[in-house]
Ligand binder design. Structure first.
Ligand code: SAM
Length: 242
């Protein structure tokens, strides 16, 4: 998969050179290109923002530097399909595990994180002629800029690409996977730590019992912590039983 990350702070994305995503790049599973948006400005101050039309607080990102940066990405995109452009915004649709799985199948993803009050709305209208545009929010809160949201999304998407995570099995039993339940509690050695023991069943060696205990814990945890997910799980279970 090729990823293009365009930002006025491309250094922000250095974190993606660490750990599993860093290794996936070394192994050729991922190619991450970082672009400085200011390279597509043509004035002395390399200006990317301007006051909002109609007045009001803050500044808005001008569309032209973005369009030129995106055109440059398009000019060396060899893929047959239109690349996907992800525009992180708190006013977008919620980014979920399901969306991460859909995006993990793409050949080429381009990310356009905003700063200030966001990007002139005409940019995404224009971009729809050249890209499949997804306006996505990582949650109901506001960040200073979209770079942290890009890192969150890239991490969630790329770990689903075969080969990025060593043990693919660990993806199937996680929170937010197919059954919609949160993951059960996990423990490691020693069996007793600071007076606290691991649940005995996990030391029993009885795999059927362990599986049943984990399922029960997942259900309890989801019911208690995320009643919204639990309600969806119950509906899905009832439908499957019909
Ligand atoms: N004025 C905008 C609004 O109220 O919707 C917020 C702009 S925010 C200060 C600057 C940038 O941070 C946005 O353009 C977006 O790229 C990013 N951002 C902030 N919160 C986000 C969130 N919850 N999800 C995704 N991106 C976010």
């Amino acid at each position: 998969m090729r990823l293009d990350l365009i930002s006025i702070f491309p250094e922000y994305f250095e974190a993606l050179n660490l750990s599993l995503i860093g290794r996936a790049q070394q192994d050729g599973l991922l190619e991450i290109r970082r672009t400085n948006l200011r390279d597509y400005t043509h004035d002395r101050h390399r200006t990317v923002d301007s006051p909002p039309a109609g007045g009001g607080a803050g500044m808005v990102m001008k569309p032209e530097p973005w369009a030129q940066a995106l055109e440059s990405v398009l000019s060396d995109d060899g893929a047959a399909a239109r690349p996907i452009l992800v525009v992180p915004t708190p006013s977008g649709e919620l980014f979920t595990q399901q969306r991460a799985a859909e995006l993990a199948a793409a050949e080429h993803l381009v990310f356009a994180p905003g700063r200030f009050e966001g990007i002139d709305e005409r940019l995404t209208d224009w971009a729809q002629e050249h890209f499949q545009v997804h306006r996505l929010s990582i949650g109901d809160y506001v960040l200073n800029g979209g770079e942290a949201a890009v890192i969150v999304m890239v991490e969630a998407i790329t770990r689903l690409i075969p080969g990025v995570i060593g043990n693919a099995e660990s993806l199937t039993e996680e929170s937010h996977s197919a059954d919609g339940l949160l993951e059960y509690p996990v423990y490691t050695k020693p069996a007793e730590w600071r007076g606290r023991r691991i649940p005995e069943v996990l030391l029993s060696g009885n795999h059927a019992k362990i599986e049943a205990w984990r399922r029960e814990q997942s259900q309890q945890r989801t019911r208690r912590r995320r009643p919204d997910l639990w309600a969806k799980h119950v509906v899905a279970r009832e439908r499957a039983a019909e």
